[in-house]
Design a protein around this ligand. Structure first.
Ligand SMILES: [Zn+2]
Length: 250
């Protein structure tokens, strides 16, 4: 077995493995999309809750101010009743009126905040109901994904073991080149040389049709223990057993 033979065997298992895994890909993509949407909703919910809390803090502040004003007003009303003269009376009355107007302003501010909170509550309810719907969709998407994964789990484990065995005989640097190609081209890592015109020594990469100089073909025929990648599409090039047999027969 040459290095290329070993790689071709590995490639066969790799492709089966990827084909099988691709069956769960769509379920995985769908599931991820649902999760992303759920995260967006959770974020929106959190934002609304934070804004609601901020409004409540502002209201609490205003209420503290109002309580202080009320206390002062009670005291002033007593002073008003016990005013010794008109001047004193009107001074106290003036402060009462100022405080009353301040209080009315604060009451307006509180009402504004309350109406903001009401609007936020409407938004919060809408987000909550959207989250509930999304959760139902997400649950069924996750269930579907688990089912599909379970369907292929045994076969994937078998193939994975087989792949490990096939990979174990391949030198590390060649394996790393192969793995890179397999990842980059979704399992389509290797390409046979195609004979276009034998007499004129015209050959090409069967994956991208790039013309191959004859010396590369000769190199592939003989030195099977080093890898040659297509300059254009980067597939690992090889000579098919048929071509090799033909060359030997000649
Ligand atoms: Zn190519």
């Amino acid at each position: 077995m040459t290095l290329i033979d070993d790689l071709l065997e590995l490639n066969l298992v790799e492709r089966q493995l990827r084909g099988l895994k691709s069956r769960v890909d769509s379920a995985q993509i769908y599931c991820r999309a649902q999760k992303r949407q759920m995260n967006d909703l959770e974020q929106r919910h959190e934002e609304l809750e934070t804004r609601r809390k901020q409004r409540q803090v502002t209201i609490n502040g205003h209420e503290t101010d109002t309580a202080a004003i009320d206390e002062r007003l009670t005291k002033l009303r007593e002073d008003l009743n016990s005013a010794a003269n008109t001047k004193q009376y009107s001074t106290v009355l003036e402060e009462i009126n100022t405080l009353k107007s301040t209080k009315s302003g604060t009451d307006d501010l509180i009402l504004n905040e309350l109406s903001d909170i009401e609007a936020l509550d409407v938004d919060l309810e809408a987000v909550k109901s959207e989250m509930k719907e999304r959760q139902t969709v997400l649950d069924s998407a996750e269930k579907e994904l688990q089912e599909r994964e379970a369907e292929i789990a045994d076969r994937v484990a078998e193939l994975q073991t087989e792949r490990d065995v096939k990979a174990s005989v391949i030198p590390a640097s060649a394996l790393s080149t192969y793995d890179q190609c397999a990842d980059d081209f979704d399992g389509d890592a290797m390409a046979p040389i195609e004979e276009i015109d034998k007499r004129r020594r015209e050959y090409s990469c069967s994956s991208c049709n790039l013309n191959m100089p004859f010396n590369i073909v000769v190199q592939l025929m003989t030195g099977a223990d080093s890898l040659t990648q297509c300059e254009n599409c980067l597939r690992i090039l090889y000579i098919t057993p048929e071509m090799k047999a033909e060359a030997v027969a000649k």
